[in-house]
Design a protein around this ligand. Structure first.
Ligand code: ADP
Length: 297
C-alpha cells in the first residue's frame, strides 16, 4: 500500500457514528479540513437535524501541546451559549477518534466571503461587526479571551448570522490577570504577545481592529510578504489608512492600533463608537451578499 493510501485508511471514519448514549449520526458532506481534523456534516438519525462534526484522529495529536489545544477547546467551548458563538452540542470519543458535534454553519467562513467580495459595503460591515462584537462581549463578560479572532474563525450560518468558532487558543482570564504564554500563533497577533509582555482581553480588540480594517480595505493592516517584516510593522504600529476609508472608522483604527493595550477601547467602548452608532445597519442580509454587494435603499 502506498503512503497516501495508508494515510487515507487510517482515518476510516464510519458512515454511521454513535455517541454510545442516545444519538447516532449519518456522515454526510465534507465541510473542510483543519489542523488536526476533518469536518463533516452529520445528520442526527432521530431528529434529522444537521450538525458539523469535527473529527480528530488521535494519532495526529500525540504531542502534548496539541492535546492541550483540543482539551482547552472542548473545556471552554462546551460552557458557552450565545447566538454569535458556534453552538456546542456534545463531544465523545472512541479508541481512534474524537468527535466534536457543533452547530452547522452552512455558508462557510469569512475567508471565503472576502475572497469572493474583496471588500464589503459599510452597512454590511456594521451588520457583521455588531454580531462579532456581541459574541466577543459575551466571551469577555465570561472572562474568556478568544486570542485567535480571524476571518477563518468567523463562520456564517444559513440565515447569514456570524458565529465565532475555534476556541483552541482561548483562555480564561481573571480580572486584572495577564497571560504570559500561549501555544500557537494567532493570525491577527497583537504587539504585546509578540513582545511577551503579558496579555489580556485587549488582544481580541486588536484582532477586531484588524478584522474591521480587512472588511473595509480588502487587506489586513500590517500585511507584508514576510512574517518578520509584518511583526516589525505590528510592533511599530505602522499601517496606512487609505483616504477612501470612512473617517469614523479611521478613528477606531487609531484608538486600537496602539502599543499600550490599556489605552485601547474595551469591547463596550468599541461597540458605541460613532461608526457603529451612526449610518445604516441592515437587520438581515440576503445570501446573495456572499457573492455580490447588496444595493440598499
Ligand atoms: P482549524 O484547524 O482551522 O480550527 P477546524 O477543524 O475547526 O479547522 O475546521 C476545518 C474546516 O471545517 C473549516 O475551515 C470550515 O470550513 C469547516 N467547519 C468548521 N466548523 C464548522 C461548522 N461549525 N460549520 C460548518 N463548517 C465548519
Amino acid at each position: 500500500m502506498s503512503k497516501n493510501h495508508k494515510k487515507h485508511a487510517e482515518w476510516n471514519i464510519p458512515n454511521i457514528i454513535s455517541d454510545n448514549k442516545h444519538s447516532t449520526y449519518t456522515k454526510s458532506a465534507f465541510l473542510g479540513k483543519g489542523a488536526f481534523g476533518k469536518c463533516f456534516q452529520l445528520i442526527d438519525n432521530t431528529t434529522g437535524k444537521s450538525y458539523a462534526g469535527k473529527i480528530i484522529l488521535k494519532d495526529l495529536i500525540r504531542k502534548s501541546e496539541m492535546k492541550e489545544k483540543i482539551v482547552q477547546e472542548i473545556c471552554i467551548h462546551k460552557k458557552l451559549n450565545h447566538t454569535n458563538i458556534v453552538g456546542f452540542q456534545s463531544f465523545f470519543e472512541d479508541e481512534r477518534l474524537i468527535y466534536i458535534i457543533l452547530e452547522i454553519c452552512q455558508n462557510r467562513s469569512m475567508v471565503e466571503l472576502l475572497t469572493r467580495r474583496k471588500i464589503l459595503t459599510e452597512p454590511e460591515v456594521r451588520y457583521y461587526m455588531k454580531q462579532i462584537m456581541s459574541g466577543v462581549k459575551y466571551l469577555h463578560d465570561n472572562s474568556i479571551a478568544h486570542r485567535d479572532l480571524k476571518l477563518g474563525n468567523l463562520l456564517i450560518s444559513e440565515d447569514m448570522q456570524v458565529k465565532i468558532g475555534d476556541f483552541g487558543l482561548s483562555t480564561e482570564i481573571r480580572q486584572g490577570e495577564k497571560r504570559k504564554t500561549m501555544c500557537g500563533t494567532p493570525n491577527y497577533i497583537a504587539p504585546e504577545i509578540l513582545e511577551k509582555k503579558g496579555h489580556g482581553f485587549e488582544v481580541d480588540i486588536w484582532s477586531l481592529g484588524c478584522i474591521l480594517f480587512t472588511f473595509l480595505v480588502g487587506k489586513p493592516p500590517f500585511e507584508t510578504a514576510h512574517v518578520e517584516e509584518t511583526y516589525l510593522r505590528i510592533c511599530g504600529c505602522e499601517y496606512e489608512i487609505p483616504d477612501t476609508v470612512n473617517r469614523d472608522a479611521g478613528k477606531i483604527f487609531r484608538s486600537i492600533f496602539v502599543k499600550n493595550p490599556n489605552t485601547r477601547p474595551n469591547i463596550n467602548e468599541l461597540a458605541i463608537k460613532k461608526f457603529f452608532r451612526e449610518g445604516y445597519t441592515p437587520s438581515s442580509l440576503p445570501v446573495s451578499c456572499l457573492v455580490v454587494a447588496p444595493k440598499f435603499g
